[in-house]
Design a protein around this ligand. Sequence first.
Ligand code: MSP
Length: 548
Amino acid sequence: MPTDSNEHRYVTTPIFYVNDRPHVGHCYSTTLCDVYARFMRLAGHEVFFLTGTDEHAAKVVDAAAKRSLTPLEWADQNAAAFRDTFKSLGLTFDDFVRTTEDRHKSRVLAYLEALRQTADVYVGEYEGWYDAGQEEYLTEARAKECEFKSPINRQPLVRKRESNSFFRLSAYQKKLEQLLNGGTVDGQTFRVEPEARRNEVLGRLREGLNDVPISRSGANGWGIPFPGSADQTVYVWIDALFNYLSIIDTDERRKFWNSGPLHVIAKDILWFHAVIWPAFLLALRQCPGFEWVRLPKLVYSHSFWISEGQKMSKTLGNFVDLQAIQRYVTTYGNDAWRHYLVTQGPLGATDADFAAAKFHETYTTDLVNTVGNCTSRVTAMINKYFEGVVPPETSTRQQVDKSNESNVVLPGFEWPRLCEEAVNRASQAMENFDLYTAVEAAMGLVRRIDAFINATEPFKVAKDPARQEELGTILYQCLEALRIASLLLWPVLPEKMEQFWKAIKQDVNPRADRLSELTRWGGLVAGTKVEKVALYPRIELPKVEATV
Ligand code: MSP
């Protein structure tokens, strides 16, 4: 199986601005990475999952001043809020970077020192349309297209003139086009997904590339001092992008970079990740000592959450903010929160609506009526008919499937094959960061178990003492298939799947065990004593509406 080799995996979220508190958008990207990281660890990979905060933005200085705090005091508070929120949501990041940390700043200086020795960095004058909120210059054509307003917050663009250090991005146009068209540059490939986003970038690339400033003045000392220019700081975006490299750039961790990073971001910051970042890395690779720096394997750019049908905004008051997140988690549980984000979120190229009614419906349909119902049905029947002791898989009322030698109670329900297919489909989908398909593979298996119960009617078989073995086989197959489905569901539903494992006496250690071994048919041992489980309580809507 492709995901089961002992490779390293490196997955990153954007690093978030500390001018404000985390909201659903930040938690979304980080949850997607968490699901991926958990799955890959379970598949046997050594994973490094990085998240953190981007602290040197000018808006941090403004937000701090409004509160009579220093920028660092304000950054400290918000960085802690991000870290604590992610921790409380059970997100298993391996490190949390803050760009104000020395370990990051010193590496950024090393990268810039190296780049300054090349022809790719020069000092020049710049005048252009500046988006202050994004701290980004727009090309003349793009500024016009956006009616001289920020494409993100619709504030007017500012005409700005600066003397800065520049990166010769224009020199990379052909190479970037080649890469984005699936070609190789310097023996390297680079993917941007989804397809629609990649095409957008290619379209913009064809309009031509301007060089980009990498230093700026007037930051009042907030930022990394730019090497060689006492009064300038490193442009915040360059500082921020380098986090992906700086934190992994140690003797013990470099192996993760070599495995090809997966950067998960949203469409708002795709240009930086799909164009500026790979160009920087290609430039750095040319510098002595940095030949090991390779391009990321994949930049996955998801879309945006909107809320109750409208763009989230402070003025509309429809932000799914920390308090709202807390209310959802308290009412429905952490698994339900993760499941909603992953299965109903904007993973592809279209935005998704965060709506209380849809949340409730998804919880009820998928978790209460499908996973919850099936697990409680099967464990209850084993308790009722076999006093909680897992029966052996022996009877073959209909036939034995000659191809895989397993017991087939009913044609169409060849369980070892069905389970193997689900595991392969989920693993393949995870490789492509197609989390939705991965979850669907597992949910499909659960629905199949329900169909099997309906078709074989064990409650009727139970009435005939001569059919005890057949009943045992049916229930063994149900529970064994459920056990395998639960392993595939665990990255999204960790709390309840662990509860289920406890009830069916499965001792799983996701950081040490291997998915391929755990999902082998027959892992469930007859004679095991299992308890009845009720994983997802039905929640009444009126009660929810009062709280969410
Ligand atoms: N600091 C930069 C990123 C630097 S990365 C080297 C930044 N920070 S941010 O705080 O504005 O976070 C932007 C990211 O937050 C998006 O790319 C996305 O991952 C997440 N989201 C913010 N709002 C979102 C939605 N409404 N919906 C989904 N994700 C969103 O940009």
